[in-house]
Write a protein that binds this ligand. Structure first.
Ligand SMILES: [Zn+2]
Length: 137
């Protein structure tokens, strides 16, 4: 099954820097210059203090599994070869949560608060996706 039959991000004016950094294999998010909140998804204004000022800061790439699900049915043909596959919510050390796949382990090994780190997966010349793999302690 072809990769392009899966859903891929369509960057907007607000999210384009995030995806540009992912292509460089850097996990960066906006940090508010007013209150210091690291926020995701990207936005023009801080949801906490309404400041317009921000900078794109490089994150540690570390976090933990906050929740996850296993898909046993392909709802779209592009995912038929992947089932069963996981989709997780990763809580980053800096606070934001994002959806991503956990790679590098079996689905049965995923658990709440599992320590993970980012592992970028290049899809094509335009898109690189942040995924997360277990951190072995
Ligand atoms: Zn703020």
């Amino acid at each position: 099954m072809s990769e392009w039959e899966k859903f891929l991000p369509k960057p907007t004016e607000d999210t384009e820097p995030y995806w540009d950094y992912c292509r460089k294999q850097e996990l960066r998010m906006q940090k508010c210059k007013g209150c210091g909140l690291v926020r995701f998804p990207p936005s023009v204004i801080c949801p906490r203090c309404w400041s317009l000022g921000h900078e794109w800061v490089k994150l540690s790439g570390r976090g933990k599994v906050w929740s996850w699900v296993i898909f046993h049915q392909a709802f779209y043909p592009g995912y038929a070869d992947d089932v069963p596959y996981n989709t997780a919510i990763i809580e980053l050390e800096e606070g934001p949560r994002l959806h991503a796949n956990v790679i590098g382990c079996r689905n049965e090994e995923i658990y709440i608060e599992m320590p993970v780190e980012v592992a970028f997966e290049k899809v094509d010349d335009e898109v690189t996706l942040p995924k997360f793999r277990p951190v072995l302690s």
